[in-house]
Design a protein around this ligand. Structure first.
Ligand SMILES: C[S@@+](CC[C@H](N)C(=O)[O-])C[C@H]1O[C@@H](n2cnc3c(N)ncnc32)[C@H](O)[C@@H]1O
Length: 366
């Protein structure tokens, strides 16, 4: 039997390439690649529940956030057509697909081709094949073009965007998103496009970097950090190099937790920059009035203030213009119980809007 290509679909059962138990020091696997049971849950029943009971996310998976709240807001119904603009592990998509039969269809987008193929295969094995699910590797900024290609230019009944990165991306050191393990300083969701975070650092001027840190993660020490990081840029190629450089730049700061928060903010700022996350979110938001049918529902999950501000303003403008007939009053947050069970849900904020009947005018958005 031919083995799947590295980026290709993983056969749903039995056909998956055998993963040899890795050698690791100590009694428990610690790094992503060592967690062989979590990476093959179909062979180790119970492992998923065991890891979740610790409030952790099993390696290679993503725990969907605010699922019931999102289903209430989107209210997917049989026969409807909708979009999941950020498919990820497919946790939200699976629950949405269960509600669309008979006759409904879901278009699922993801900029990350590696995960998209795995998720498509997993959902296919659950009975959601090509007749109900169309999965496209694309940035959601191209939503309008994809809808036109599918013959859906008259709009969809609902759209979900669960922004940011998935746990599979964060946890895999090879993707370069985490400062907890060493890996190449990459951070691109689509590794075929754009420049890595290491290249960004190598090319940025001090003013660029300072603006990136301030605008993308409200970094209070943006000037000091950009100056010191650029002085050391020849030595920063990996995630741990960058984390170390930030810690050294803040030497003398007594509050160790604040130093770690600064490391986190620097990583977030660079990730947003290399993926142009604000630019593509603005493009998605600008297309919403045209992409939704009258009465169509949109739900957007954000994870930091820069994203939430954009969604709030776009929904506010849309409400004032009559493109939306209703929007959420404030944000919906995960309950304390959800935050305990899935600590990664902590920063999530959900906003929603319902498309009104006033026709959309591109000029009005600028
Ligand atoms: C938080 S995860 C989504 C998790 C998903 N809701 C689930 O239940 O598994 C975000 C996903 O969106 C993708 N993504 C982020 N920005 C994107 C963009 N501009 N266009 C398309 N996909 C994007 C990421 O690659 C990632 O897989």
């Amino acid at each position: 039997m031919p083995l799947p290509a590295p980026d290709g679909p993983t056969p749903p059962d039995g056909g998956e390439k055998h993963r040899r138990r890795p050698r690791y020091p100590g009694t428990h696997p610690r790094s992503f690649g060592e967690k062989y049971k979590e990476l093959a849950p179909e062979r180790y029943p119970g492992i998923e529940a065991h890891v979740r009971a610790r409030g952790a996310t099993p390696a290679g998976q993503h725990v969907p956030i605010l699922v019931e709240e999102i289903l209430t807001v989107l209210d997917p119904r049989p026969g409807e057509r909708g979009v999941d603009a950020t498919l990820g592990y497919g946790g939200h998509a699976r629950r949405i697909l269960e509600r669309l039969a008979p006759g409904g269809r879901l278009l699922a987008l993801d900029a990350d081709g590696t995960e998209l193929e795995k998720t498509r295969t997993r959902l296919g094995a659950l009975g959601f094949g090509d007749e109900v699910l169309t999965a496209r590797r694309t940035n959601f900024a191209a939503l309008g073009e994809v809808l036109a290609e599918l013959g859906w230019a008259d709009g969809v009944d609902f759209l979900l965007a669960d922004l940011g990165v998935s746990s599979m991306q964060i946890d895999d050191p090879a993707r370069g998103f985490t400062f907890k393990h060493d890996g190449p300083l990459d951070m691109r969701m689509n590794v075929r496009r754009g420049i890595s975070a290491a290249e960004f650092l190598a090319r940025a001027s001090e003013a660029d970097l300072e603006r990136t840190l301030r605008e993308n993660s409200d970094e209070p020490r943006a000037a000091r950090l950009s100056n010191l990081l650029l002085r050391r840029r020849g030595t920063i190629a990996s995630t741990l190099d960058l984390a170390r450089a930030v810690r050294e730049a803040l030497e003398g700061l007594q509050d160790e937790d604040e130093v770690e928060r600064a490391v986190r903010r620097v990583f977030q700022a660079l990730r947003i920059a290399v993926n142009d996350e604000f630019g593509v979110l603005d493009r998605l938001l600008a297309q919403l009035p045209a992409a939704l049918r009258p009465g169509g529902r949109v739900a957007i999950l954000t994870f930091h203030s820069g994203e939430d501000r954009r969604v709030k303003h776009a929904f506010g403008r849309g409400l004032a213009a009559g493109w939306f007939s209703a929007t959420s009053d404030g944000v919906v947050r995960p309950s304390p119980a959800e935050q305990r069970e899935n600590p990664r849900s902590g920063p999530a904020k959900l906003r929603w809007a319902v498309r009104g009947t006033v026709s959309w005018n591109v000029e009005g958005l600028s």
